[in-house]
Design a protein around this ligand. Structure first.
Ligand code: ATP
Length: 297
């Protein structure tokens, strides 16, 4: 297999508008033992325009999550974690930026939604308060009034918001906890949401509902989305462009419909074949109706 990195990643951008996020030559090495490390991400190039949705797909261990966490500044804080290359938000270089610059980005510009809401939510705090604390500070406005909290809960597809806001995370179902996480992510009014396997832990029907909610809410707010997933059908449904990762590298990227209908790389063809062997009839992934039938890895 040839590992091809397309260096001209500008086809989706207009000449006048630079990307909101511009990642170049991203490389991440993580310690795996006292004297061992793994080069998890290698020379990754990725861009995201305002309001755009891109998917990152690839088999387990290909570097999808580490790429997402690097972009969100959420890699483990150890001097043995090495991040090189360039991550620019709106032109501001983040690699090597001081912690307060990263804090500002995470507070109001980038939200991350994880697979396991329980590891993110505070078990001892009612969910309404957690959403209120996530609300973006806007000068001259109260931080997170009750109405605002209910607004984001509703946007995230939660019903009976007054009751749910008073619950603790353990009192909610997995699907509701994931919606609370989406509400917290939206409450920051971020420019970018990075969703890392946001529905993997949920059952099939709830997966679909949560994905529809995410789809609708980011559309309503004009938020850009990076969807990290094993599930090619989710990307086919939600994302205009897709990056395919293998062994830490982007091996192929482009418009989702082009990559999925006419892949340039053997690796991508293999991924698509593995999905088709799981689905009965489809040789047209873009046409898959269920977002839960295209898993790989
Ligand atoms: N905190 C960590 N410390 C050490 N190594 C890590 C850490 N997180 C990930 N890795 C390693 O980095 C590589 C890329 O992992 P990553 O989680 O990004 O893969 P992935 O494509 O997201 O896989 P999955 O789909 O299974 O989540 C793997 O070799 C993994 O074992």
């Amino acid at each position: 297999m040839t590992l091809v990195q397309n260096t001209d990643d500008t086809t989706h951008m207009t000449a006048t508008r630079p990307p909101l996020l511009d990642v170049r030559g991203l490389s991440v090495t993580l310690p795996t033992g006292p004297s061992d490390s793994v080069h998890a991400v290698k020379d990754v190039r990725l861009t995201l325009a305002v309001g755009e949705r891109v998917g990152i797909v690839g088999e387990s261990g290909s570097g999808k999550s580490v790429t997402g966490r690097a972009i969100a500044g959420l890699l483990p804080g150890s001097p043995r974690v090495k991040v090189d290359g360039s991550i620019r938000f709106d032109g501001t270089e983040m690699i090597g930026a001081p912690p307060r610059t990263w804090d500002a980005i995470r507070r109001s510009r980038v939200s991350m939604i994880f697979q396991d809401p329980l590891s993110f939510l505070n078990p001892t705090m009612r969910v309404g308060r957690q959403i209120r604390e996530g609300c973006r500070r806007i000068v001259g406005e109260p931080r997170g009034g009750t109405e605002k909290v209910y607004h984001y809960m509703t946007l995230a597809g939660l019903n009976d918001v007054e009751t749910v806001a008073r619950k603790y995370p353990f009192e909610l179902s997995g699907g509701m906890r994931q919606r609370v996480l989406i509400a917290i992510a939206l409450a920051k009014q971020p420019e970018i949401i990075i969703a890392d396997e946001p529905t993997t832990a949920l059952d099939v029907t709830v997966q679909r509902l949560v994905l529809e909610t995410l789809d609708r809410s980011v559309s309503e707010l004009g938020t850009s989305l990076i969807m990290i997933t094993h599930d090619l059908a989710v990307v086919a449904k939600l994302c205009e462009r897709v990056y395919v990762m293998y062994a830490g590298r982007v091996v192929e990227h482009g418009l989702t419909k082009d990559v999925f209908t006419n892949p340039a790389e053997d690796y991508t063809r293999g991924l698509l074949r593995s999905v088709r062997s799981l689905t009965d009839d489809s040789d047209d992934l873009v046409g898959l109706s269920s977002p839960t039938t295209g898993r790989i890895g």
